[in-house]
Write a protein that binds this ligand. Sequence first.
Ligand code: GDP
Ligand code: MN
Length: 397
Amino acid sequence: MDLYEYQARELLEEQNIPAPKAIFAQNSHEVAEAADKLGYPCVIKAQVKIGHRGQAGGVKLAHNRDEAILLAESILPMTIHGHKVNGVLVAEAKNILHEYYVSISVDRTSRDYDVLATANGGTEVEEIAREHPEAVKRLHIDALGDFDEAAAVDMSNSIGFYHADVHQAADILLKMWRCFKDNDATLVEINPLAKIGDPDDESSKSLCALDAKISLDDNAAFRHDGWTRFADSIEADPYETKAREHGLHYVHLHGEVGVIGNGAGLVMSSLDAVSGAGEEQGTGIKPANFLDIGGGASAAVMCDSLEIVLSDPQVESVFVNVYGGITSCEQVAKGILEALDKLNAAKPIVVRFDGNAAAEGLSILAQAENPNLHVAKTMEEAAQKAARFAADAKENN
Ligand code: GDP
Ligand code: MN
């Protein structure tokens, strides 16, 4: 589960990580009240679970009450990169002298934790890593190990925090580590971790978290009362909610090709194949969702899955990728036909079957003679076809 910035800040505050005073607000009246309380200038920040808000016009400086209200009225109705703004954070404005990036995350490749830090903060770390790979310092923490003060000081020295900041930087890194462990997080990121203060007064300078991004490990929710304090104000994705009601593992990704498969690994490869095809074809077509029907799925499960995927208006084509093991491709084929009958769907569906009852499944699909059904022999071929259909449909819209 990803948290909004205003929620992530609560967790940082619990560890006493310095951050500007801030108040969450959901309408222009609340914004004016909050801004009056914090004083001017203040920053009005869109609350959406996506980065690059600044570049998208979602982070603005207000110098007085009228400006705060105007900005609230322009930011609150915004949709940023497909995400509806869920409120704004009104925060004390700080004089930024320098922006750093620091994060702690789970590294699935090396099966441990990663501390990343760079003195080139402000932009997204992917961009920093692309443009200044040498500037991004990485420290692995053993999965069963700990991150201690000596390691934190080393890390701070290595990214070149100006001398006086090293101990405060190390202290913040250690507090981030506590925050990460205590909350079963998969990511705790501060960007920018800003050096603030008066440029001419050395003693006024200090580090302060101006933005916070935290993701929590859903598998640990039971250890934290289900994180109800965060769930309440989270505007649930309607497709994800519907999928959960049906016991399906669905993640909404906002592209054009619906993807359904069995097994998380196969579905993830399918997502990559679709993105790859979109890139290769120069259309920028992307997967619309992740949907894993799991092992031993019945025709009914396949039918529910297609119904949910096709109810997303952004979906222009669907890629069904099933490797029959416990799951029988014959059952899946029946589910597809059931869904097509029920939904009267006119979007192209590209199917790739392999393994258990693949031949039977393909022959059931062939007998249906439905012009929207297409088959492919390999995952790559299927992804290419589905991406092409989606691009053509998008062009004709
Ligand atoms: P993001 O674009 O979604 O990462 O949003 P951030 O919260 O990181 O804000 C984007 C940028 O706005 C930061 O990198 C800062 O340069 C700027 N910003 C944020 N808060 C302040 C502030 O209090 N004072 C000043 N001067 N700039 C700020
Ligand atoms: Mn940021």
